[in-house]
Design a protein around this ligand. Sequence first.
Ligand SMILES: [Zn+2]
Length: 348
Amino acid sequence: MIKETLEKIEQISEKTLSAIKESVDLDAINDVRVKILGKKGELTAVLKTMGKLSADERPVIGAKANEVREAVERAISEQTAKLKSLHYEARIKSEAIDVTLPGKRMRSGRPHPMSIVLNDLKEIFRSMGYTVVAGPEIEETRYVFDMLNTFEGHPARDESDTFYISDDVVLRTQTSSVQIRTMLENKPPIAIISPGRVFRRDEFDATHSPVFNQCEALVVDKNITFADLKGTLETFMKRLYGDSVKLRFRPHNFPYTEPSAEVDLSCFKCNGQTPDSGYCGFCKNEGWVEMLGAGVVHPQVLRNCGIDPDVYSGFAFGMGLERITMMRYEIDDLRHLYENDIRFLKQF
Ligand SMILES: [Zn+2]
């Protein structure tokens, strides 16, 4: 009897120890433990038969059983430690970060070419003592037209040119309305620029857009003459386009200035010399490109704003920001400035 029991215990021991060594996870180890040492476990079952043994035999079996239990528990704790360490190593491997891999490059935005030009323009005028002023885009006709001597019947007021919101409210067609507002609210000396969006009923094509940006300037003080206008424009254009640029003034007619002029710039692409190709697309072989409108503020406009034209005089000019930008960067189609094509914008 005792021999059989010892053999049985030995079998259980061998089977159990190898099962533990083959366990691949902690659950499997636990299953083995329950199967052998649990209440209904195999070793427990053998020990329950000890009652049938003689008093001499019991301690022998008891000692053997204890020996086996200790061996099983030792094996369990060794296998558990081994599995935990394997698991830890696997985790380190799977979560490893290669710090030598190149990073992901963040693409940063950059200023739009018109913003670059507008900032340069503001900088130049600020350095000459001008203030930058803004005004509403939805504007009363008296500020856009009436007070600028553009009376009823003037073609500029025509519905085919202007977006009317009501009879006396429009989307401003020029930022001159800001000049009027400034003169109504301030006493001379006045020196402002008024960059902003303006609206006209134009088709959208290579040179026209129903929305575009203007920058106008106004100076009102004692003894301001056409010479001041010329000097200011020359200084401004040379700062913007370089010292070699030349200006040409052609007589023109605006309701709000007298005398009035259109101002051309010498073509800085061909400089008036017909290029080898025989054709300069920039000035169409004219040697000059039309740039802006300007003039001495009409005395009636000053009077409309409560400024005495016998004491004060002034000059004003206005130009399209798109045109200045296109000239500067040699852009041939206005629409490039609005389409936000990244391949185009990346160049600036
Ligand atoms: Zn040219």
